[in-house]
Design a protein around this ligand. Structure first.
Ligand code: ADP
Ligand code: MG
Length: 466
C-alpha cells in the first residue's frame, strides 16, 4: 500500500517535486487512524509540513480512507567513519608520489601550492553568473535552490544542506555553481569557496605532503559556503574520509555546502556509503535536458553577450530557431555554434544567414541523444517479460525460471548502461562482480546460438530504448 501511496503522490506533484522532497520519505508505522512517516532532515520535515501536508494526507486517504493524521519525524542522520588514523592517510599520500596522475586524476604538472593553493579556489569564469543563466523547465528548481543559497546571509538558518545538483554534461551545473559563488561573494560578508573535486583532492594531498594538512582542514572549515563541482571525480579513500569530515564539520557548524555531479548520490559508485547517504540527506535536484525554449533562451543570451563587444553582429530569428531545434545535445554546443557564427561573420564581413549557419554548425547537429537507461528500468522490464518479480531478480533464488532472467537483466545492465560490474552486482542484491561477469559472458555466448533468446533480448532492448 505504501508504494501505491507514493505512486499517487508522485503523479499529483510531478516527478521533479517528488524526487526533491519525497524520494527519501519512509513509512515507519500505520496505526488505526494515523500514519507515521519519516524523512532524513529537519528541513525536509518542515518543508513538507508547510507545503504538502494536505496532499500527503489525501493520497493516504485515497488508499486507506480511515487515515486522519500524518505524523512526520526526522530519522537520525548517518555519521562518518571515526576520524581516519594518520597511518593509512600517510600511506596513500606516499603512494600518490609514485603515480600521481593516475591516482589523483590531476595533471602531474600542476603547481604545488599545498593547502593554501586549494583555498584560493578553482578559477571562476566571469560570464557564468545568475544574470546570464536562463531559467526553464529543466532547471527551475535547481535555480531556485541555488538562488536561495546565494542570497543567504551569514548566520541565516541553512535550508538544505548539502544542496546537491546533478545533470548530464553541458546542462549548466558549473554555470549555476559559479553563479552561486559570484553572487555569494558579492556582498563581501560571506566567504564562498568554489572548488572542483579534483582541486579538493589535490589540495588535500599536497597539504599532507607538506604537512600543512591541519591548516588546510581548518581553513576549509572557516568558510561560509563550500561549493564543490564534479564530485564524481572525488577519489581515494582518505580524500573521501576527509571530504566526509569536512562535510559534517561544515554542516554541523551551520555552513552551507553546494555540490554538483553528473549523477545522483546513489550512483556515485566509487564513493563511500557514508558520504553517499550524507549527500542524499540534503536537497537533491536533477537538472533535465535543455528543452527547446531553454536552448533558444541560451542562444539569445549568448548573442546578446557577443553584441556587447561586436555591435554589428546579429543572428536573425530563423537562424536562432534552426539552431535551437537542431542542436539538442548540450549547452556547450550552443555556445560553440554562436562563437563560430561570430568568427565567420567577422572574418568574412558577412551577415549571418541560414545557409551559413547550416554549413558552419553541421557537425554540432547530432541525432537525438540516446535515452539514459536505468538499472531499475531494466529489472522491471525483464521481470515483466519473464513473469517473475523484481525482488526475485535481486534474491538469491537459483531456480531456472529466475536464473536466466536475472542473467539477461545483468547482461542488459552491462550493455545498455555505463555502470561497472561491481556496481551492477551491488544493484542486483549485492552480488559479486564475477557473478555479473559470468552472466554477461553466458548471455553473450547464448545469443549467438539461440535465435529465440536473441529475439527476446532484442525486444527487451527496443522496449528499454523507446
Ligand atoms: P556542465 O557543468 O553541466 O557540464 P556548464 O555549466 O559548463 O555545464 O554549461 C555548458 C555551457 O552551456 C556553458 O556555456 C553554459 O553557460 C551554458 N548553459 C547551460 N545551461 C545554461 C542556462 N540555463 N543558461 C545559460 N547558459 C547555460
Ligand atoms: Mg561542469
Amino acid at each position: 500500500r505504501w508504494s501505491r501511496v507514493k505512486g499517487r503522490l508522485r503523479s499529483t506533484v510531478g516527478e521533479d517535486v517528488y524526487t526533491s522532497w519525497f524520494a527519501r520519505m519512509d513509512l515507519e508505522a500505520v496505526q488505526d487512524e494515523s500514519v507515521h512517516l519519516s524523512v532524513p532532515t529537519r528541513f525536509l520535515k518542515s518543508w513538507i509540513q508547510a507545503h504538502y501536508a494536505e496532499r500527503v494526507l489525501s493520497c493516504w486517504q485515497a488508499e486507506k480512507p480511515e487515515v486522519h493524521r500524518i505524523d512526520l519525524s526526522v530519522r537520525s542522520a548517518m555519521r562518518c567513519a571515526p576520524p581516519a588514523k594518520e597511518a593509512p592517510v600517510a600511506v596513500e599520500a606516499r603512494r600518490s608520489d609514485t603515480k600521481p596522475a593516475a591516482d589523483m586524476r590531476m595533471p602531474a604538472a600542476s603547481p604545488v601550492g599545498a593547502g593554501h593553493d586549494a583555498l584560493g579556489g578553482s578559477p571562476l569564469d566571469p560570464r557564468l553568473t545568475f544574470a546570464s543563466f536562463v531559467i526553464g523547465r529543466a532547471n527551475t528548481l535547481a535555480h531556485a535552490a541555488a538562488r536561495q543559497v546565494a542570497d543567504g546571509r551569514r548566520g541565516d538558518p541553512v535550508m538544505f544542506n548539502p544542496l546537491y545538483i546533478h545533470a548530464g554534461v553541458g546542462l549548466g551545473k558549473t554555470h549555476l555553481l559559479q553563479a552561486v559563488t559570484w553572487a555569494g561573494n558579492a556582498g563581501g560578508e560571506r566567504k564562498v569557496l568554489y572548488l572542483t573535486a579534483e582541486k579538493f583532492m589535490y589540495g588535500f594531498v599536497a597539504a599532507l605532503k607538506s604537512q600543512t594538512a591541519l591548516a588546510f582542514k581548518e581553513a576549509l572549515r572557516g568558510i561560509d559556503v563550500l561549493v564543490i563541482d564534479d564530485l564524481q571525480f572525488l577519489q581515494g579513500k582518505s580524500t573521501q574520509a576527509e571530504f566526509c569530515h569536512t562535510l559534517n564539520a561544515l554542516i554541523d557548524a551551520g555552513r552551507q555546502v553546494v555540490i554538483a555531479a553528473d549523477r545522483p548520490p546513489s550512483d556515485l559508485e566509487s564513493l563511500d556509503d557514508r558520504v553517499r547517504s550524507r549527500l542524499a540527506g540534503g536537497l537533491v535536484v536533477e537538472m533535465g535536458a535543455l528543452g527547446e525554449d531553454l536552448r533558444l533562451g541560451i542562444l539569445k543570451s549568448r548573442v546578446a553577450a557577443a553584441r556587447a563587444h561586436h555591435a554589428s553582429f546579429d543572428v536573425p530569428e530563423p537562424v536562432l530557431d534552426y539552431l535551437a531545434r537542431s542542436i539538442t545535445h548540450n549547452g556547450r554546443d550552443l555556445e560553440g555554434a554562436i562563437n563560430r557564427l561570430l568568427a565567420h561573420s567577422k572574418l568574412n564581413s558577412q551577415p549571418v544567414t541560414l545557409d551559413m549557419a547550416e554549413r558552419e554548425v553541421r557537425d554540432l547537429v547530432r541525432p537525438q541523444e540516446p535515452k539514459r537507461i536505468k538499472i531499475e528500468d531494466i529489472q522491471r522490464v525483464v521481470a515483466r517479460q519473464y513473469n517473475v518479480s523484481r525482488s526475485d531478480l535481486l534474491s538469491s533464488r537459483r531456480t531456472a525460471n529466475v536464473v536466466r532472467p536475472r542473467q539477461v537483466a545483468m547482461y542488459l545492465a552491462k550493455t545498455l548502461t555505463l555502470r561497472s560490474l561491481p556496481e551492477i552486482g551491488r544493484r542486483f542484491g549485492g552480488r559479486d562482480h564475477t557473478t555479473v561477469l559470468h552472466a554477461v559472458r553466458k548471455i553473450e555466448a547464448l545469443v549467438g546460438k539461440d535465435t529465440a533468446l536473441n529475439d527476446e533480448v532484442e525486444t527487451l532492448k527496443r522496449q528499454l530504448q523507446e
